[in-house]
Design a protein around this ligand. Structure first.
Ligand code: AMP
Length: 186
C-alpha cells in the first residue's frame, strides 16, 4: 500500500522545515503545519487506515508526544485501543521502563505493565498485536526502546510506523519489527 504521487506531495508540502532547531545543524521537521491542514491530515490518516485495516491489530502504541496524535487518531479509525509510550515519570500505575542513549547521556520511556492486557495477552491467550507509531525516526533509539517495551510485557510489535524517516541515519536497522515509513527523506 503506497501513496500516490499526489498524496505524497500533499503530505510532504504540509510539513515545515525549521533549520537549526533545537540546536545548530538540526533541521526540525515541524508537523504542526500538517495537523493544521485538514486536507493533509485526512490524506495521511486515510492512507494509514487503508494500510493497517487488514493487520488485525489489537492496539496502536504512540510515542511521547507527537506519536500520541497520529496513534490515537489511527486507533480510533481502526476501532482498537490506544497506548501511550511515555517519557519517564508521567504514568501513574505500575510501569515497565527502557533506557536508551542520547548524544549526551540517556533517556527513558515507559508503559503501564497491563497496557496490552495481563501478560500482554488477548482474551484468546495469544500475544496482543501492536502497531508502534511516531512522527519521525532519526537514530532509532527511541523507537527501539519503545518496541522492546512492547516485547517485555508479552505483546507483539507487528510493525513500527513513522510519518518520516531520516534515511541517512539508518535508524530502522536496530528495530526488530518490520518498519514502514510514509515519507523517506534523504
Ligand atoms: P531518534 O530516537 O533519534 O530516532 O529520535 C526520534 C525522536 O526525536 C522522535 O520522537 C522525533 O519526534 C524526534 N526527532 C528527532 N529528530 C527530529 C527532527 N529532525 N525533526 C523532528 N523531530 C525529531
Amino acid at each position: 500500500m503506497t501513496l500516490t504521487a499526489e498524496e505524497r506531495s500533499i503530505i510532504m508540502e504540509s510539513i515545515r522545515d525549521i533549520p537549526d532547531f533545537p540546536k545548530p545543524g538540526i533541521v526540525f521537521k515541524d508537523i504542526t503545519t500538517l495537523l493544521g491542514n485538514p486536507q493533509a491530515f485526512d490524506t495521511l490518516m486515510n492512507h494509514l487506515e487503508k494500510r493497517y485495516a487488514g493487520y488485525e491489530l489489537d492496539y496502536v502504541a504512540g510515542i511521547d508526544a507527537r506519536g500520541f496524535i497520529f496513534g490515537a487518531a489511527l486507533a480510533d479509525r481502526l476501532n482498537v485501543g490506544f497506548v501511550p509510550v511515555r517519557k519517564k515519570g508521567k504514568l501513574p500505575y505500575t510501569t515497565v521502563a527502557e533506557k536508551y542513549s542520547l548524544e549526551y547521556g540517556f533517556d527513558e520511556v515507559e508503559i503501564h505493565i497491563d497496557s496490552f492486557g495481563e501478560n500482554g495477552l488477548c482474551p484468546s491467550g495469544t500475544p496482543a498485536k501492536v502497531l508502534l507509531i511516531d512522527d519521525l525516526i532519526a537514530t532509532g533509539g527511541t523507537a527501539k526502546a519503545a518496541a522492546s517495551l512492547i516485547d517485555k510485557v508479552g505483546a507483539e510489535c507487528v510493525e513500527a510506523c513513522f510519518i518520516m524517516e531520516l534515511g541517512f541515519l539508518n535508524g530502522k536497522e536496530g528495530i526488530e519489527a518490520p518498519v514502514y515509513s510514509v515519507l523517506e527523506l534523504d
